[in-house]
Design a protein around this ligand. Structure first.
Ligand code: NAI
Ligand code: A1CAB
Length: 272
């Protein structure tokens, strides 16, 4: 596959992690451009990544094969309406914005090949998890380009239906925050049980890392791994029974439903 030329519109956190991932995979700096309206952000990304960075979005897009829309959802409409007249035939639009449908993007940009993605912040460490949806105008080669882009920062999985982007947002887009909440709560409880805060925090974090690694590498599922930690009438059993008496699973389901609903609601509001 020849190296596609990629332009990032908005050079914030998510764009920086994607660019870092591509560069680490050996994509030459000359193949990547970016634009940002903030002078400080432009200087930062140019210094960190060695790429050319523009103040004008249209300028960055000239001659690009792939245009990654990486601005906040609230400014997406204006950015697209300004960009529409400057796009060239055959350019692939990749949007990483939460809650902006491919139909809205096509309303603002005209009929286009659009890949909509939902990445997450561990992409910064190349441990991201993304769901991708391609509209009917996207070619097989363009699918590969989008997969390479998101695959450079972690796991990238295709979805057959765009509505499932809301579910991906609920599971992995917002997901890091759920694990951080558990880490916060376990650390605070450990401290209340008498551990020094630093000790409670380090034990919690290493346990989270070890559990994720075990679940990833194991040939049995998480439920079986949990059973193997849980001795009959032992300490884990006491804790798990307490979680379940408090409705833990039902609460997780409610929380993910709330995120899924909110994602659909935002798409409704921001897509006008
Ligand atoms: N942070 C997260 O957990 C996730 C974020 N996303 C999506 O990624 C996108 C970017 O998010 P972040 O990188 O976290 O935001 P960010 O605020 O770090 O980056 C956005 C950048 O866009 C620039 N910008 C604003 N208006 C502009 C304009 N008119 N033209 C050019 N540049 C402009 C800003 O100066 C900023 O540097 C959002 O749409 C968000 O929904 C997706 C998944 C997860
Ligand atoms: O909280 C949000 O709306 C965004 C989408 C996924 C992660 N952050």
């Amino acid at each position: 596959m020849t190296t596609p030329r990629i332009a990032f519109i908005g050079a914030g956190n998510m764009a920086a992690s994607l660019i870092g991932g591509l560069r680490a995979q050996g994509m030459p700096a000359e193949a990547i451009r970016a634009s940002d309206r903030g002078a400080e952000q432009r200087a930062k990304i140019a210094a960190e990544q060695g790429i050319e960075v523009f103040a004008g979005n249209a300028e960055a897009c000239q001659g690009a094969d792939v245009i990654v829309l990486a601005v906040k959802p609230q400014v997406m409409k204006d950015v697209c309406l300004d960009l529409a007249a400057h796009l060239q035939d055959g350019q692939l639009i990749v949007s990483i914005a939460a809650g902006i449908s491919s139909a809205s993007l096509e309303n603002w940009l005209g009929p286009r090949a659009v890949v909509r993605c939902m990445p997450n912040t561990p992409s910064l460490l190349r441990l991201g998890a993304s769901g991708l949806y391609a509209n009917a105008r996207v070619s097989a080669a363009q699918r590969q380009q989008a997969e390479r882009l998101l695959g450079a920062v972690g796991l990238a999985l295709w979805l057959e239906e765009e509505r499932l982007i809301d579910a991906v947002t609920a599971v992995s887009g917002s997901g890091p925050a759920y694990f951080f909440l558990l880490i916060e709560a376990m650390t605070a409880s450990g401290e209340r049980l008498g551990l020094p805060r630093e000790t409670a925090a380090r034990l919690t974090l290493q346990t989270a890392l070890g559990a994720a690694r075990m679940a990833l590498d194991s040939d049995v599922d998480a439920a079986e791994l949990r059973r193997r930690v849980t001795s009959p009438a032992g300490t884990t059993d006491a804790a798990i029974k307490t979680f379940q008496a408090g409705g833990f699973e039902a609460l997780v389901e409610q929380a993910l439903k709330a995120a899924d609903n909110r994602s659909a609601e935002l798409a409704e509001q921001l897509g006008q």
